[in-house]
Ligand binder design. Sequence first.
Ligand code: ATP
Ligand code: ZN
Ligand code: MG
Length: 349
Amino acid sequence: DELSRKLDVIITKDVLPQEQLETEILWKSPHAAQGDDGVFAKLTDADIVAEMGEGLYAVGGLFSQVMFGLDRRLHELAVQKFDADSFHYPTLISTETLQRAGYMSAFPQFLMTASRFHSDVDTYDSFTSGIASTDDIGKHIEDHSEHIGYCLPPAVCYHVYQHLSGSSLDKQSIAVTTRGKTFRFEARYRRSLERLWEFTMREVVFFGDRKSVVEQRRSMVSAVCDLVDELGLAGRLEVANDPFFFNEQIAGYMQVQRVMELKYELCLPVEAGRSVAAGSFNVHGDKFGSAFGISDADGRTAHTACVGFGLERFAYAVFCQHGADPGAWPDALKALVSSHGNGSAGEPM
Ligand code: ATP
Ligand code: ZN
Ligand code: MG
């Protein structure tokens, strides 16, 4: 029907005519994917992945060790190579920040908002006294609630723009890295850890003049491709575009995004003929510098770039490619989990 057609348009990257979408491959890993089709069943049988709802999973044991082992390497890379400052932000992001960033009109389909009860005793009274008789608790909550100016974040770079808003850089370029929970209401989830409602993202955000920001992205791309190679993973880097809420104007922009190579994706095979993006490398021009009043060391509007990794998805691709038995993994992959200590599902920053 019309709605699912619309949803398809939103989730399909191939909104543009195929001939305009010729995927440009910028790098290809020398490793071939081994492939392990039954890996999701193995992870759930081993009780290290458990479904908590559609697009919601509990992960533990070896799975979370891989996730946070990958995160540790990415964090290390950001700090050692880019001298990134590391911050831990609140999960909630102010609605004003997302609006300022243009998120509301670009991706309304993903947005998750936070609400709470109207702040008065009558509301609490009416709410509690109605609980027993209502047959729709969701509606009952909604009737007593209001938006409180906060949303659940769709990415973690928005916290960073808010954090630096109104500031001037004291260096040619700076980097900030953070990890946090992110939420996207996607049109469709499959039973796997590829596309989740709630997931964990590591981002590195760069600020500076145009030249340094473009150079930082290039340098980050090459460091991450080296890491993928070192870990023995199959993968490639492609030019991509964002799945904007679709309209005529946006179709033009998506094309611009591809032609100008604003977005690269690290694509990792998960089964024969199918890959997922484990990370993206985005340059924004001075869009966010301008929206958040951030200036570079020369007093000009700062340029920005962000590099984001979906840790569950990245880890899942590792299992899809190398199976669930670490005994058979390449040494560098083994090291990712063994240097993690005693098998605890720790979450190092
Ligand atoms: P996709 O095209 O797969 O939807 P995206 O372009 O929406 O990805 P970005 O906005 O670039 O993704 O986010 C950075 C990274 O976050 C992605 O490369 C991916 O690894 C991860 N990610 C994005 N959406 C999800 C999701 N719903 N579930 C799990 N990971 C996700
Ligand atoms: Zn980002
Ligand atoms: Mg998406």
